[in-house]
Design a binder for this molecule. Structure first.
Ligand code: 5GP
Length: 181
């Protein structure tokens, strides 16, 4: 199992989408979240969009492999059963989760590979977040606060991949996952 973590707007979604295109055998876990869907996001595809009550019930039932409150706001978690089934069947599994969640996985499944996707510079991150235009100023400020904490934790990871170009970063990730030589 591979865990991919990285600050907001670093381009995790784009790199993961490219990995999925090139290596469809990789199982990319679909998280549950209490966040509202963004325009174009589909339930069951981008996330399982659930209520706070539904989320808490999944946690109580032990159905989450890990979970966290991200950006001090919404809950996000990895549904356990799909991941365990795929791992048992021998498929490579990728989790794209936050720092708190990554630390939980490292504790509970120490054989997992921990990868940090980093921006070429902090300035680059700021520009990307503004360009994306999906968050208002308050939300962007909140996300940049989380990003600072996450960047400071990059050293905890087994590997740091710099997202200079999507193609190169995806290839490096694929190599680390043993999908490419
Ligand atoms: P967004 O709201 O932009 O879709 O995601 C915000 C953050 O939530 C991302 O940086 C992502 O790493 C994190 N995240 C998404 N799914 C999960 C999950 O299942 N568990 C945890 N711990 N974090 C997640």
């Amino acid at each position: 199992m591979t865990v991919l973590c990285g600050p907001t707007a670093v381009g995790k979604g784009t790199v993961v989408a490219r990995l999925r295109e090139l290596y469809p055998q990789v199982f990319i876990s679909v998280s549950a979240t209490t966040r509202a869907p963004r325009a174009g996001e589909k339930d069951g595809q981008h996330y399982f969009f659930v209520s706070d009550t539904q989320f808490d019930a999944m946690v109580s039932a032990g159905d989450m492999l890990e979970w966290a409150v991200v950006h001090g706001k919404n809950k996000y978690g990895t549904p356990r059963s799909a991941v365990e089934k795929k791992l048992q069947a021998g498929f490579p599994v990728l989790l794209e989760i936050d720092l708190d969640g990554a630390r939980q996985v490292r504790r509970n499944m120490p054989e997992s590979q921990m990868i940090f996707l980093a921006p070429p510079s902090e300035m680059d991150l700021l520009t990307r977040l503004e360009k994306r235009g999906t968050e208002n100023l308050e939300e962007r400020t909140r996300r940049l606060e989380t990003a600072k904490t996450e960047l400071a934790a990059a050293g905890e990871f087994d590997h740091i991949v710099i997202n200079d170009t999507v193609e190169r970063a995806t290839q490096e990730l694929a190599r680390l996952m043993g999908l490419a030589t």
